[in-house]
Design a protein around this ligand. Structure first.
Ligand code: TRP
Length: 456
């Protein structure tokens, strides 16, 4: 009965694409991608990232969607169901559990950062960026990071916004929201891109993003590129699995996954092409500026534009909304599990989880100021550690387990049935990459990354 209800949940064809794109496109694309590119040598990092998306991200994403659609339930129960069907070891059930833990931790810090965008919406709308230069922009951003009560207020607001949509169920709220927001975000990015091409040092920006020097390759960069490929595609923790479980049977998994992957990559590259030309044209702003990059460069652009107050406010609002649809996908699998397994009401499940995520998020808030010099593990603050644990450990391991499970342990008949709309040669190519290429690459990069972090 419950399964049947879930089955019917996506109202229209194409909603999976929108919802999955809503999940994928978020702070990872607009905030994180540009700054880790900036910190890791530009083009070389972009290349490693693109390879990770194609050889690992997309094949694993198809496997994750497939698991969800086959299991037709929340990630924990869906994996359990598929494992039962294939008569494999129950230990595979850990995929679902590790995912829930990873999702919860990401939810906790993601909401804090999304809170920064809310603050920037209000500052922009008040005309707070008018005529701002590089130094003032940095000072404004650092003042925000030092203001605990402001950070907590916005974190709380953002978590409440997330719970609100989840409470009403995913279909109505999310479906309508992404249908309008995603195209709008795209249009604004194009406009900003034109502006950046006109007012920034566009060639220097492009050169930085796309020119490749062997000497810029590093182990740390490779492991970050892999972690980011999972993060930006929302892979490895069950978010895509949960959305896949609402996907109708008459949709081709591979086509859908490729569409989502292309849209996500396009948005990330566009964000880079907006930000770097401005970075290179602004004295006092460096590409390796770290997490503040977006918040320190764009205000300068908006501050110098004739209608910058409106454009700035709208742009930060759209980033907030992109982060909103991503945060929803982090909360949804956990809430679905609590309601389906323990008969929680959606409302109480949402409130419980956002309260716990809020508590854990406080460690991120304090890492930005009072605990800035804290050395939790290997020189990391609790915020750094949360990011490391999820993006460099739990997501790659979750994705590895999914690839190995679907590639080697799932029976071929149900697999082929789920992929029946995909041409045989595409299925064959996907299956080969998923079995032989993705797991090996994930494992190698994962181990090298750990080595680099703790022994290097
Ligand atoms: N992909 C989102 C971004 O790029 C973040 C995100 C949403 C996510 N759901 C996820 C990351 C699940 C990992 C797992 O901002």
């Amino acid at each position: 009965m419950k399964r049947a209800q879930q089955h019917a949940i996506w109202g229209r064809r194409g909603t999976f694409i929108l919802a999955a794109t809503g999940s994928a496109v978020g702070l990872g694309n607009i905030w994180k991608f540009p700054y880790i590119v900036g910190e890791n040598g530009g083009g070389a990092f972009v290349l490693m990232y693109l390879l990770c998306i194609c050889l690992i991200g997309l094949p694993v994403m198809a496997a994750e969607v497939l698991l969800g659609r086959r299991g037709r339930a929340n990630p924990i129960m869906a994996v359990g169901e598929v494992v039962r069907e294939s008569r494999s070891s129950k230990a595979w059930g850990l995929i679902g559990w590790a995912g829930v833990v990873a999702g919860f931790i990401i939810l906790s810090y993601y909401s804090v950062i999304a809170g920064w965008t809310l603050e920037y919406v209000t500052t922009a709308a008040r005309g707070g960026f008018a005529g701002i230069d590089g130094h003032t922009a940095s000072a404004t951003f650092n003042a925000l990071l030092g203001d605990v009560s402001k950070l907590v207020r916005w974190q709380t607001a953002f978590l409440c916004m997330t719970a609100l949509i989840i409470m009403f169920g995913v279909t109505r709220g999310l479906e309508t929201a992404v249908r309008i927001l995603m195209p709008l975000l795209f249009v604004l990015l194009v406009l900003l891109l034109l502006y950046s091409a006109y007012a920034g040092d566009f060639l220097a920006g492009l050169r930085f993003l796309f020119s490749f020097r062997i000497s810029d390759l590093s182990l740390e960069g490779l492991s970050l590129a892999l972690g980011h490929a999972f993060f930006t595609l929302s892979l490895g923790m069950g978010a895509i699995m949960a959305y896949g479980s609402y996907m109708p049977h008459n949709t081709s998994i591979l086509k859908t996954v490729i569409t989502v992957g292309c849209l996500d990559t396009l948005v990330a590259l566009m964000a880079g092409m907006v930000i770097f030309p401005i970075v290179f044209a602004t004295p006092g702003v460096e590409p390796g500026g770290g997490p503040g990059l977006l918040f320190e460069t764009l205000p300068i652009v908006f501050g110098g534009m004739p209608v910058g107050t409106i454009v700035g406010a709208v742009f930060f609002l759209l980033i907030t909304l992109a982060a909103w649809s991503s945060n929803i996908s982090l909360l949804e699998p956990i809430v679905a599990y609590l309601t389906e397994n323990f008969r929680f009401h959606r409302l109480s499940a949402s409130l419980l989880i956002i309260f716990l995520a809020w508590l854990l998020g406080l460690t991120t808030v304090y890492s930005l100021n009072h605990w800035q010099g804290m050395n939790m593990v290997a020189g990391m603050t609790p915020f750094d550690f949360s990011q490391f644990l999820t993006e460099q450990v739990l997501l790659p391991l979750g994705a590895l387990a999914m690839a190995v499970y679907v590639g080697w342990f799932m029976k071929k008949a149900p697999l082929r049935r789920e992929m029946k709309l995909d041409a045989t040669h595409w299925f064959g190519r996907w299956y080969t990459i998923l079995r032989y290429v993705s797991p090996v690459l994930i494992l190698v990069v994962f181990l090298l990354g750990l080595f680099d972090k703790f022994a290097g």
